[in-house]
Design a binder for this molecule. Sequence first.
Ligand code: NAP
Ligand code: ZN
Length: 347
Amino acid sequence: MLKTPAYAAESAKAPLVPFSVERREPGPSDVLIDILYCGVCHSDIHQARDEWGGSTFPMVPGHEIVGRVARVGGSVTRFKVGDAVGVGCMVDSCRECAQCRTGEEQYCDHGAVMTYNGRGRDGTPTQGGYSTLITVDESFVLRIPESIPLDRAAPLLCAGITTYSPLRHFGLKAGDKLAVVGLGGLGHMGVKFGKALGAEVTVLSTSPSKEKAAKELGAAHFAATSDKDTFKRLAGQFDVILDTVSAPHDYNAYLSLLKVDGTMILVGAPEAPVPLAAFSLIARRRKLVGSLIGGIRETQEMLDFCGEHELASDIELIPIQKINEAYERMIKGDVRYRFVIDIASLR
Ligand code: NAP
Ligand code: ZN
């Protein structure tokens, strides 16, 4: 076993503290990765504080992992020592069900093995990327295009694929009017992908101070949701709404902004349910849909798309010692637009 320093939450009420985990020696199809950077996703906070229920502790969060290959098992064909690689939210799945066979492992019938707060197929708890090493089967390792700086690539492994996948799946087209709700880690990638796919993007935000940055990221328009006039002025305007908000909010108000046949995509995962009025959908044949990250093949497609279009995340690099402060700032919406941990601070 390989001992690696890490940061962990020991309970839902405790801050993250220095910790140590053991990684398996690479088996024949495994890649051992020296982690260089790990993005900080709001899902890390939801799970470390057990807001969704069912969390297991101690928990080393982190599923936006980027690093370099340190060692490969004997049957690994796709990677060699030194390659720039990434690991996202999943490290395994059954590989046999209909979803796994079509490359949508995130919807595995037996439950994909999540990178942390999960259980490997051998039953051992999984631990995430707030650590210096990880061993992952090569089928769940992604290649990072040379043109993307590694620290700015890390958030693509979750925030990137979670916004890219539904915009593609639900058919966002050039010329469509897209609203992105919430300008955090996911939201800012939603703006970048929306613009790259040719949509006219509006950011709907609780933070008026983000207007200038929203436009620099590629949004054509910005509207403050604290201004009640926003919901009257923009009623019935959008083809697609991408909702990335991490806290409970009124879905009905946002649905009213869709055109006839418009689609609102939920990717934000607040801990509490929110009432839905049937007429929010019925009155204009609207669709309310959800989407979970994306499969491994599509994650590689998204990374290659970012490489070609020179897209990457806008980040604030932090040492691991600032992780608890970063969580508090994210909860206040004070993030521009993704915290990324410099894992050198843990060595
Ligand atoms: P984040 O960086 O903290 O951004 C969330 C943004 O939501 C905030 O910056 C803020 O933007 C807005 N917001 C926060 N509280 C709000 C409130 N009470 N009302 C309205 N807006 C509010 O979080 P993230 O990492 O992007 O994650 C966002 C959500 O997506 C989380 O719930 C996370 O768990 C979920 N997620 C889902 C998937 C999936 O597969 N579906 C994958 C990853 C993450 P403004 O300041 O612009 O208002
Ligand atoms: Zn995430």
